[in-house]
Each structure stands twice: as C-alpha cells, then as structure tokens.
Design a protein around this ligand. Sequence first.
Ligand code: CTP
Length: 411
Amino acid sequence: MLTGKRILLVIGGGIAAYKALDLIRRLRERGASVRAVLTPAAAHFVTPLSVAALSGEKVNEDLFSLTDEAEMGHIELSRDADLLVVVPATADLLAKMANGLANDLASTLLLATDKRTLVAPAMNLRMWLHPATQRNVQRLRDDGVVFVGPVDGSMACGEFGPGRMSEPLEIVGGIEEMLKHSTVIALPNGETANALRGKHVVITSGPTHEPIDPVRYIANRSSGRQGHAIAAAVAAAGAKVTLISGPVTLPDPRDVTTVHVETAQEMLEATRQALPADLFIAAAAVADWRVAQTSDNKIKKGKDAPVLTFAENPDILATVSTLKQQRPKLVVGFAAETQNVEDYARQKLARKKCDMIVANDVSPATGVMGGDENTVHIVTAAGIETWPKMKKDEVAVKLIALLAQRLEADA
Ligand code: CTP
C-alpha cells in the first residue's frame, strides 16, 4: 500500500503519456497523493485539465510562473515528495537527466532533487537501442535511477521491439518496491505515516581514526552499518537527519545530510554544530583514546619500537546528555560489549546520563561485527527489553518506532 506517500509525477511528451492518467488513478486508489508536472511536449498529448482532475492537485508546467513560485517554489516541489516518477520517460528527458540539463520545470525538478527517481521509458525502438540512449541509461542506472521497462511490443509508429512503455500496474509495482522500506509507524494516537516528520535527528556512526603520524592511525572496529541503517530509517520516517560519520566504506544514505569526520574531537565538534536536535543517537564506535603527541612526519623504524602515550578523548554521548542548553529531548547510546552485556549497559545508562542504551553482544562468536544481523537489548530507566535476533535494518525500523513513541509521549 502507498498510504500517505507523496509522488511527484513528471509526464513526458510521448504517445504513451495517456497511460500516465491511468497511473495517477491507480496510485490514488492505493492511498498515495500525486502532484504532476508536464513537460511542454506532454501538453500536446494530455491536457493539464484532465491531469488536474485525476490528481486532485494543481498541475505545474512553467519554470518561470510567478504564481506557482509564490505558492510552492520548484525546489520545494521535489523536496516535498517521497519519490519522483517519470512517465513516459522520453529519449530527450533521459538525455537531460543523464547530463544534468535543467531548462524547463520538469528537468529542473529532476536535477534539484535529493529523492529517488523511477523512470518508465517509452520511445521508438531505434531510439531506445541507439548507443547515445543506452549510454544515458547506463549513466542513470549508475546514479541510482530505477527503470521499469521498456518492454517488447508493437509501437505507435508501426514497428515491433523494445521501447514500449510498461503498463501502469507494473509501474505501480516498481513504485511500491522502492517505497516499501520507508517507515510507516503506528503511534499510540492512531496516526501512522511519517512518525518523525518535522523532527531533527543527529546520529553518529562508524569508527574514528586517531592519527599516530601522517600514515598511521589507531581505530575501533566498526563498519558503520547499524548507524547508517538507522540514519536511513529515520529519514524514511520523515525526519531531517544529520549523520556524523567516521571513515566507512558505505555510501552516504539517501535524504540524509552526511558530515564526514576522522577523529573523536572532530566528531564532537560536528555534533555540536549539528545541534539543536530533537533526538541524538550515538551509534559510533568512538576511540576512547587518541595519541597524545602525534608526529608531523612518518615515524621511521629505528633501534627501539616507538612508545605511544595516550590522551583521553571526549565522550560525545556523555557531553550531549549533560548539555545545559540544547540537550535533545531524547539521547540514545549504544553499548557494544563482549561480556556482562546487560550489567554494563545499565551502568553506561547511569554514567552517561542518557535516556536509552541499545546494547549488543559483539563477542566474535556472535558474528555481529560487520555482519547483517544483531540481537539487541533496550535498556532504559524502566528496565530491559530483549529483542529477538533480526537484520540490522529491521533493528533500525523497530528502534525508530520506539523512539517516535517516546518523543510523542514526552511532547
Ligand atoms: N561514545 C561516545 N564518545 C566516546 C565513547 C563512546 O559518544 N568517546 C558513545 C558511543 O557512541 C556509544 C556509547 O558511548 O553510544 C558507548 O560506547 P562504548 O564504547 O561501548 O562505551 P565506553 O564509554 O567507551 O565504555 P567501555 O569502552 O569501557 O565499554
């Protein structure tokens, strides 16, 4: 189901544009809202009036419309959507998207977005098979654009082959697939969609690297997967997310502002800069110590092995928890332990003065480190709750549901 989802539909100028009308109907039947934008060419195939009637929303066509800009600027149009859908995606639109051209409202929206995009191409088969189009398609795929179709079939021009647009129901299937990981959370008051809309959430993730000299560092073992999965789930629940990430090999999550840092001190500074926030989640594996005297030059091998002295790093979680001003309403920490998990977690909750500790056993036998699954214990002043073993992104979604309820209850 697509309840509460907002689709920005770009209708391209091709004979298949009439199918966009059916698509609007199908999407609305499933609970989605649809805002449509027509390219100048599209208006030759479908009328703005029928699109407006079916979508129940004003249709936007003009990049330079003062009235539209006053109502909702074109940047907001794409920011406000959960997904951008291009139907039919003509060779011209694909070429513009692949090259970042923005000379009308549709192409400008497609460039000015930080949301995911699905395209359903439709064109003559020779246009589809042309190396220029195939090059553009490959580029767009590399950029993360999702393609539905085209399929083989007879075309309006009388030829047969690949280039025919997929049917609306197939496009709906593609849209549902892309949006299925979005978090729709049931709140106690019966509200469901976008439980964290309007909230700002700051999350730390990954390890920190503490330099010894320009080529060496000490670090904690952390892939950043759990923190990044939480950031993605929080963004999907409608929040504005700032992710402060130590060095990881993961891509930046979508719809999230990611700040890259190396050291614990930089992570603390970036966290301070990101406040105020409603919620702070410390999922990073911060190095507890840094090398007291780092060397400006590479330390050369000598007779004796070098002796390193350490200085304690700031505790980011404890610092944020005890802020006089700007303490987020909810502060959540993680505890990675290899023994006495629950006991140590309880102590950490008290010591760091946070509202919740998500504790897990990371002893090598569990395979949690770098793995996809996790068994966590939720420790609060009220007690401990242990969740069954599940995938890290499932942990993320369940955790967000819990935090949204807590924020709601405290509001
Ligand atoms: N943490 C932090 N800054 C630090 C150390 C830890 O923000 N300098 C946060 C982590 O992000 C995590 C929580 O504190 O949310 C617990 O981290 P952990 O390393 O398990 O705890 P430590 O305080 O380092 O305690 P110990 O190493 O003794 O278990």
